[in-house]
Design a protein around this ligand. Structure first.
Ligand code: SF4
Length: 255
């Protein structure tokens, strides 16, 4: 991928939306980890509603590690997939208490050792809570990277590596936020608003669309006009002969 394209897209999005913050409310890196686990297949708005009470009740890894599973499941029920999410939160909290003295590890390798934590979650925590470079690839980032032409892959890990290879580390978390906000507002799945899009001049999707249109108009066959005489002859041949006086009387007499 051309680094120029990524930089132009980043600059344009930053000028349109301004600097973006993490959409998930949290006070500590561990709370952001929990919120990110809850955000799978769930809106940020819903997660924020749930975590406001959740973090009052269980504020840190130790309290989560010792909480009652049924109570936790009940508390996060509205986020969906509550059993799996409770399982991930409990296992991660216990691992943090047992292996990291109750503190969230601050490296990608350390975070990936926690049960239920993948690269996306680890990148969110690194970039938004630990002040380290992190480029989370969620569903919007994945879709927009492909449409715009920031990556030719649909594999989140390859997308992450393609974009991180050409953008300065200090922009990674912000770039991910900007792509997410653009995906939500201007370019939702199945109904991108290309005519009104600020990235239209940069985006591969609109460029290839225009190329296809041009090719189609070049290869369009001219409409051939059939010679008028032939058409007329054919019309005449197809139309039934008007009965003459003689033929009518002939027919009547014959019946
Ligand atoms: S030009 Fe269209 S496809 Fe490209 S980012 Fe904008 S809305 Fe999405």
């Amino acid at each position: 991928m051309e680094s120029a394209l990524a930089k132009q897209v980043y600059d344009k999005l930053l000028s349109v939306y301004g600097p973006q913050k993490c959409f998930l409310e949290h006070m500590t890196p561990f709370q952001l980890l929990v919120a990110t686990i809850l955000s799978a297949q769930c809106t940020d708005k819903r997660v924020n509603m749930v975590t406001r009470d959740l973090f009052k009740r269980w504020p840190d890894a130790e309290s989560f590690a010792n909480c009652d599973r049924d109570e936790l499941e009940q508390a996060i029920f509205t986020c969906g997939f509550y059993r799996a999410k409770a399982d991930h939160i409990l296992k991660a909290a216990k691992a943090i208490v047992e292996h990291f003295h109750g503190e969230l590890p601050d490296t990608m390798e350390g975070l990936l050792m926690l049960p239920g934590v993948g690269r996306k979650t680890a990148n969110v925590v690194l970039g938004d809570a630990l002040g380290k470079p992190g480029f989370p690839v969620d569903t919007h980032v994945r879709r927009l990277s492909s449409l715009i032409g920031l990556s030719d892959s649909s594999d989140p890990e390859v997308i992450e590596s393609d974009i991180c290879a050409v953008m300065p580390p200090e922009t990674w978390a912000q770039f991910s936020h900007l792509l997410i906000v653009h995906g939500r507002t201007r370019c939702p799945a199945n109904r991108p608003n290309c005519p009104g899009c600020e990235l239209a001049k940069l985006c591969r999707h609109t460029k290839t669309g225009k190329i296809k249109e041009k090719k189609a108009s070049r290869t369009k066959k001219p409409v051939s006009k059939a010679p008028a005489t032939k058409k007329t002859t054919a019309k005449k041949a197809a139309s039934p002969a008007r009965p003459t006086k003689n033929s009518t009387s002939k027919s009547r007499t014959g019946s």
